[in-house]
Design a protein around this ligand. Structure first.
Ligand code: ATP
Ligand code: MG
Length: 306
């Protein structure tokens, strides 16, 4: 459906004000006559014609102004979108460059060094493999975001048991949690049912868990809980780790935004995880917010419509 543009809305409201003003003017005409010398009929008609002409003129000027304003708003929006697209393409090509360069470097070394020993070859092949895995993860993330941006209708929705889904994630990440001497306290009640897209719901909880494991710090604890109201589930996902410097908090849901690029990249991160989380939450009719806890660490609070 075509929505009314800002400029036209402004034009319409000014016209409504004019009409109301004219109505009041006519209604109080008798009152005016008590205080002002009444005009004869001919002059009154001239005055009326003059007023109508002025009103039409003003209306036309305002309409032109509103039209110009619309054009400017559209142009600004287009420029903004263009800028975002440019930045996105730059970011994507920048992120692709590093793994592709490493893959080329390792494979060229193997191919151009006939005397290379088996152990070094294996080491290089392993590194090539992990860079290829990184590329795959990046392309997967980009494809998820693209689907959410341009084809959200094709994302099938089904009845998803989020309590079970998260219990599976806890199992899958048990080893990583142990390596970081971390604990996970799963306080989700049984039977959280959401009508949603399974893989997006999985992405939400998996990204938040992976982030806490990667960034909160050794020896910390993750706590996940939920409460319900008639239409939605409210989740709280927190850790008691290092948290995020306040000046970065507002931007961490932006695509490719990372606080410590070097550290994040060395952990295989591309800064798309939280952008996916936010989009996925919104696609499930929810909102997400983040804050630093008083005692340290981060809490993500988000809702998902049932
Ligand atoms: P990706 O998830 O795409 O592999 P990433 O983890 O770097 O890469 P995001 O998940 O979007 O990207 O996170 C953005 C940044 O927010 C991270 O680089 C990290 O610095 C910070 N961050 C996220 N979660 C936490 C957390 N629980 N504690 C501290 N910092 C965090
Ligand atoms: Mg992440």
């Amino acid at each position: 459906m075509k929505t009314i543009s800002e400029g036209r809305k402004m034009w319409a409201s000014v016209m409504v004000i004019f009409i109301v003003y004219a109505a009041i003017f006519i209604l109080f005409e008798d009152y005016d006559r008590k205080y002002f010398h009444p005009l004869d009929e001919e002059n009154e008609l001239r005055l009326l014609a003059f007023t109508v002409l002025v009103l039409i003129g003003l209306g036309w000027i305002l309409y032109r102004f509103a039209h110009r304003m619309d054009q400017r708003i559209t142009r600004e929006q287009q420029e903004q979108q263009e800028q975002m697209r440019r930045e996105l393409t730059q970011n994507i090509s920048h992120e692709l460059k590093t793994p592709v360069a490493s893959i080329l470097g390792y494979t060229e070394t193997i191919l151009n060094t006939p005397s290379i020993d088996a152990a070094t070859t294996r080491q290089f092949v392993e590194r090539t493999h992990s860079q290829a895995e990184r590329l795959t993860a990046l392309l997967q993330d980009i494809s998820i975001l693209n689907r959410m941006d341009y084809a959200p209708d094709v994302l099938t929705k089904e009845r998803v048991d989020v309590s079970r889904l998260f219990a599976e994630i806890v199992e899958e990440t048990a080893h990583a949690l142990q390596n970081h001497q971390m604990k996970l306290s799963n306080c989700l009640p049984q039977g959280i049912i959401i009508h949603g897209n399974f893989s997006l719901l999985y992405s939400i909880f998996r990204n938040l868990t992976d982030n806490a494991i990667n960034y909160a710090g050794a020896g910390t604890t993750i706590e996940v809980s939920a409460s319900e109201d008639p239409g939605a589930w409210h989740f709280s996902f927190s850790d008691n780790g290092i948290g995020i410097p306040p000046q970065h908090l507002e931007r961490i849901f932006e695509r490719f935004y990372r606080i410590d690029k070097g550290r994040s990249r060395s952990l295989g991160g591309t800064g798309l995880g939280l952008a996916i989380v936010k989009n996925a939450v919104q696609l499930h009719g929810g909102t997400i917010a983040v804050h630093n806890n008083e005692g340290g660490g981060l809490t993500f609070s988000f809702t998902l419509r049932k």
